[in-house]
Design a binder for this molecule. Sequence first.
Ligand code: GLU
Length: 457
Amino acid sequence: MTTPYVNAKSEAQTYIDSVFEQLKLKYAHQNEFLQAVEEVFVSLVPVFEQHPEYIKNNVLSRIVEPDRIISFRVTWQDDQNNVHVNRGYRVQFSNVVGPYKGGLRFHPTVNESIMKFLAFEQIFKNSLTTLPIGGAKGGSDFDPKGKSNSEIMRFCQAFMTELYRYVGPDVDVPAGDIGVGGREVGYLYGQYKRIRGAHEAGVLTGKQPGYGGSLARKEATGYGLVYFVEEMLQDAKESFLNKTVVVSGSGNVAIYAMEKAQHFGAKVVACSDSNGYIYDPNGIDLKVVKELKEVNGERISNYVNYRPDAVYSEGCSGIWTIPCDIALPCATQNEIDGEAARTLIANGVKVVAEGANMPSNIEAINEFLNNGVLFGPAKAANAGGVATSALEMAQNSSRVYWSFNEVDEKLHDIMKSIYTQCKTAAEKYGYAGNLVVGANIAGFVKVADGLLKEGVY
Ligand code: GLU
């Protein structure tokens, strides 16, 4: 592992390198997991130099091994009565800060490496929210694309029939992620309730409003991302007004990032799905995108049928060739590589902030940081979703509901606090302006200190 921070190897550097080398040997094929760990580890050298107790207590080796990985078979029947088998997972990574918490992803690419990278990221993201939630992730290699509503329902029921024994409002609280939204969470919760015979609403978040869910949860990740960027811009004496914005994806995160950016006066010119992207020089018409994606479940290519000036292009990476001031990757992991980053920079991008989890690879992050681009890392910038999940848990526990504005205001305050924590930590450890280092350190220190307080087990 190369780190830009020290010349001669300190004890801290040697320790961090040795834990990473062991991890690489042990999990050689888990590329996404190793990438997520490396991104955190390179930030931690200055912290370990000031905290020898972390080395003495072998904190890193304890933090990179999940508490447990639950893996199970999910068998379900399609509408023609054919029987299918998928793999289900729940990675309970750390409950130092609170009950395990993190979404479920249903996507054919799901495997143990992806689950571990997401759960690992979630530990530090959740710690940054300042709310009492630990880190977890789960999901399945089930592909929801093209499945009927009944098939989705039967799959969710079969999935929860396995998962229910490992989750609970004070144990582990799943939610949505790619392929899992309010409908799926509803089916999962219905099955949990049936098996347990009890209304334990706090066992899942992202439920639909009126059915145990929090208002503003659906909007929270996208809105939170834009609130975070607003803080970054304000510090640079800038604002969203009249800025050109490119957003990848067209799920919950992307749609509500576009909505809030437009609300702040930005011009959003592009978004995408897993097939391709649309460019609308007049500014994206969100009503059309919502109709296509939230109501009809159609592909984004159909946007051009409603807006004739817009252009559709096949493939995903081309979206980063569109000149913009602000880029918000909200689709999936590793969607921006070094080349895409260099193109964005050459075209004058000023701010990049991550709505998806780990959308920029390490080479891309270094390009942004080395070229003066303001960069908001995922574990800080997209933490608004899970933070609002924690607000949903609070409402469920106290059996009350808050208004949309109450939740939105709390979300806004949380995003401001996350930004301040990242900025302050970066300054404190000598990396002013580097929010990657700031987020990793601020998220990590709280977990490491908690771990030490609990004693060795
Ligand atoms: N999947 C979201 C994330 O990556 C939300 C998780 C949650 O609400 O628990 O943070």
